[in-house]
Design a protein around this ligand. Structure first.
Ligand code: NAD
Ligand code: UDP
Length: 310
């Protein structure tokens, strides 16, 4: 049955893919965004759809709409952007969560929180299961994001236990794909844009740190499966367990783009996690979900997209 769905942060990278997916399923979508890191052009192709609506608004201020479901994605996700105004970042996570939860309580709506593998910090357990409490510095330069997201999870669980709000929490591991912002500063977009422009590839630290990269279509499938089942609330990891060093990623991108680009080594930012890999046992069991798009084919699709914008 068609639903009316609010997506905060809907004009961002992930949000725009989610808007598209939910509209394609016949739902009405209200997209709320302050355009801090998102863009109208990400959803421009949806504007003519009578079931799509755009609201310029900031999640730290309360909002009222009548909806059946809420996906809360509003928050800058790349380290340079979330560190640009750290106080605003933690306000966005905490006050945005409170406002979404208050709205969900009033409307009796199911509410989804886009949490992150950053709740595991620089993990001492590898791969990371949901039961791991994490290793997060509360006072570092990544803390505005990590602790904001951790506090948001706490709020979601407390609204659920105390007020019976119908919640879902997903912990997203590094996701990439078309409509990432070329100037966003994240590793996949940086490497691809640098290679396409024939610029040096910037490796932070020695490049031996690892990440697990999930293609956006797989992630969005996981979101919808979590939201549209009644068995589990999460937190649940959604990510691709394929784990790569940043050097391996750079080599793949250079080989695919085919430019004679060289690597330059720069300082590793503070608190940069050394390793990341999702344990997706719960997603497999409860959502029958696992990624279907490997890094090679995902990079090919992403490079094709960046060729049209860089
Ligand atoms: P993004 O920066 O492209 O999208 C975030 C969107 O939120 C943007 O459109 C931005 O303008 C909007 N926004 C930011 N602050 C806002 C505010 N105060 N009020 C209203 N809108 C605001 O990032 P993304 O990759 O699409 O990430 C979406 C969500 O998923 C974020 O919550 C992020 O923390 C989470 N996440 C993403 C990844 C990833 O790898 N992409 C990993 C973990 C978690
Ligand atoms: N990174 C890098 N070069 C870049 C951008 C990032 O080597 O141009 C590294 C960064 O230090 C981190 C990894 O790539 O170790 C992933 O960075 P990203 O910002 O994409 O995500 P996060 O650190 O939040 O997982």
């Amino acid at each position: 049955m068609s639903k009316r769905i609010l997506i905060t942060g809907g004009a961002g990278f992930l949000g725009s893919h989610l808007c598209e997916r939910l509209l394609n399923e016949g739902n009405e979508v209200v997209c709320l965004d302050n355009y801090f890191t998102g863009f109208k052009k990400n959803v421009a192709h949806l504007m003519d759809n009578p079931r799509f609506e755009m609201m310029r608004h900031d999640v730290i201020d309360p909002f009222k709409v009548e909806v059946d479901q809420i996906y809360n994605l509003a928050c800058p996700a790349s380290p340079p952007h979330y560190q640009y105004n750290a106080i605003k970042t933690i306000k966005t996570s905490v006050m945005g969560a409170i406002n979404c939860l208050g709205l969900a309580k009033r409307c009796n709506a199911r509410v989804f929180q886009a949490s992150t593998s950053e709740v595991y910090g620089d993990p001492a357990v590898h791969p990371q299961p949901e039961s791991y409490w994490g290793n997060v510095n509360p006072i570092g330069i990544r803390s505005c994001y990590d602790e904001g997201k951790r506090a948001a999870e706490t709020l979601f669980m407390d609204y659920h236990r105390q007020n019976g709000v119908d919640i879902r929490i997903v912990r997203i591991f590094n996701t990439y794909g078309p409509r990432m912002n070329p100037d966003d500063g994240r590793v996949v977009s940086n490497f691809i844009c640098q290679a396409l422009r024939g610029e040096d590839i910037t490796i932070y630290g020695d490049g031996q740190q690892t990440r697990s990269f999930c293609y956006v279509d797989d992630l969005i499938e996981g979101f919808v499966r979590l939201m549209d089942q009644d068995e589990v609330t999460g937190p649940i990891n959604i990510g691709n367990p394929g784990e790569f060093t940043m050097l391996e990623l750079a080599e793949k991108v250079i080989a695919k783009v085919g430019n004679s680009t060289k690597l330059v080594f720069q300082d590793l930012p503070g608190d940069d996690p050394k390793q990341r890999q999702p344990d997706i046992t719960l997603a497999k069991k409860h959502l029958d979900w696992q990624p279907t798009i490997g890094l090679d084919s995902g990079l090919d699709r992403t490079i094709s997209y960046f060729k049209t914008v860089v």
